[in-house]
Design a protein around this ligand. Structure first.
Ligand code: AMP
Ligand code: ZN
Length: 470
């Protein structure tokens, strides 16, 4: 498996710490709002990564945290606490917000066929582990207390900018000009490990600690949860490119200071989904695009997955409805083509092995997903039995996860149900017209009840009868 490593800036041969095993960590969501489809692009690409590793024979263990405390809106130690912001917006407690949006997040995983990580750990479950790590960093001289907070001292490291060059552009995210500098910090790049006193006096969740009642910084959670579940050596750490600085840079600083040796070997970063007019898709800019919004507009979530897989994860991907329309049409066409394959013929084992190898080679070449699709289309065109094709499609779908074999049949069934319901709705409209004249609504009401049982709500309005799925 060849993989681009942000740490070396090279495509490298993947050599895990323990042969045959791949220990993978993914930064999970900050659960103060729904995930937008940009966030989900990152998780879809990471899903393809772990499924490719499994396809290539690795035993994969994937761990994900849930950020339910400590993430401030600037990604550094400034701005508002995101969870608190969500709770205030919805007049709920932080834990209620966390619970609600964690569920919503994994529902999106289901819709997009993203495999659940093997371990999902909310930050609020690991406070003792964070405290232990911070205590060790203090003992080793990598941390200091100031203004009643605990800070990591970046000047104690031989090298701090491990993932990025010391470049103003990348620094911009972390150290903004428009915020008051924290005068407790000894160095500009130092960051908070534990807050006890800060401007967030209304912080809802606080825990006892050797430094007073308070709460952890954001970065410590991923280092600590990663080490807790994957041990001292991690193979691949994933996230979106915005995580490179400061989040992942700080994770490396703390983890290596704590462990006393190199920690994670490969850094996998997904580039952003961008809006048509340029900028990164985010929760605050433009239309807040979620999977549910796409569904309300009639798109199949898997068409969005298909769209993401057409481009390389290391290139920004521009979102527009026009392109999504094209992608949906190509996806439907592909499903139809596969759905029409017969069950005829026997499996041509040599052809099966050959195409499977080509597909694996494409994906293990730094996740060349568009090449993987070329192999799939080549299979469909090839002069081999339909049974061989079906078997190959089934195998490829272990990674692509696009319902390739059953999707067409499902869409057909959904359509035929709709046709049947439409006939009923029309029948009721006629029955109601007749009922008005005869002043007997029994038949129209009976049909209304029948439709309700089938999940259709009827509403008679001045403009006529309307219906919706319930
Ligand atoms: P958050 O919930 O803000 O912590 O973000 C969750 C994940 O989504 C992180 O790995 C981010 O790097 C990633 N992310 C945020 N915005 C985008 C975007 N527009 N495109 C792709 N990934 C993103
Ligand atoms: Zn993280």
């Amino acid at each position: 498996m060849r993989l681009y490593n942000t740490s070396s800036r090279l495509v490298e041969e993947f050599r895990p710490h323990e042969e045959g095993k791949a220990k993978v960590y993914t930064c999970g969501p900050t659960v103060y709002h729904f995930a937008h489809i940009g966030n989900l692009r990152s998780y879809i690409c990471e899903d393809v990564l772990v499924k490719t590793l499994a396809y290539a024979g690795y035993e994969v263990k994937r761990v994900m945290n849930i950020t339910d405390v400590g993430h401030l809106s600037s990604d550094a130690d400034t701005g508002e606490d995101k969870m608190l912001k969500g709770a205030k917006r919805e007049h709920k407690s932080v834990l209620e917000i966390a619970d609600y949006y964690t569920k919503a997040f994994f529902e999106d995983f289901g819709k997009l066929h993203i495999r659940m990580p093997d371990v999902v750990e909310p930050a609020t479950h690991c406070i003792p582990e964070f405290i232990h790590m911070i205590e060790t960093l203090l003992e080793k001289g990598y941390a200091y207390q100031a203004g009643e907070n605990v800070y990591f001292d970046t000047s104690k490291l031989k090298k701090y900018y491990t993932l990025s060059n010391h470049n103003e552009d990348e620094l911009r995210v972390g150290v903004r000009e428009d915020v008051d500098e924290d005068t407790n910090k000894r160095n500009k790049t130092d960051f908070v490990l534990w807050f006890t006193k800060s401007k967030f006096d209304d912080q809802e969740l606080k825990w006892e600690s050797p430094w007073g009642r308070g709460y952890p910084g954001w970065h410590i959670e991923c280092s600590s949860i990663g080490i807790k579940h994957l041990g001292e050596y991690m193979d691949i750490h994933c996230g979106g490119v915005d995580n490179i600085f400061p989040h992942h840079t700080n994770e490396i600083a703390q983890s290596e200071a704590f462990l006393g040796h190199p920690w994670c070997k490969y850094w996998f970063h997904v580039h952003h989904l961008v809006e048509e007019k340029g900028g990164k898709m985010s929760k605050s800019s433009g239309e807040f695009l979620t999977v549910s919004v796409l569904q309300e507009k009639g798109y199949d979530p898997l068409a969005y997955r298909f769209f993401c897989l057409q481009s390389h994860y290391r290139k920004p991907l521009e979102f527009s409805y026009a392109v999504l329309d094209q992608m949906s049409a190509s996806y439907k066409k592909l499903l139809k083509r596969i759905g029409e394959l017969s069950e005829d013929g026997t499996v041509d084992e040599a052809a099966y092995a050959e195409y499977r190898t080509r597909f694996t080679e494409a994906l293990t070449d730094d996740l060349n997903t568009s090449m993987a699709f070329t192999v799939l289309y080549d299979v469909l065109k090839a002069d081999i039995s339909d049974t061989t094709k079906r078997k190959l499609v089934e195998s490829f779908d272990e990674v692509l996860s696009l319902d390739l074999l059953k999707g067409y049949q499902k869409a057909e069934e959904a359509q035929s149900v709709d046709a049947e319901l439409e006939a009923w709705i029309n029948e009721r409209i006629e029955a109601r017209k007749a009922a008005k004249k005869a002043k007997d609504f029994a038949q129209a009401d009976a049909i209304r009840e029948e439709l309700k049982e089938r999940g259709i709500a009827i509403e008679d309005t001045r403009e006529g009868t309307k219906w919706k799925k319930i």
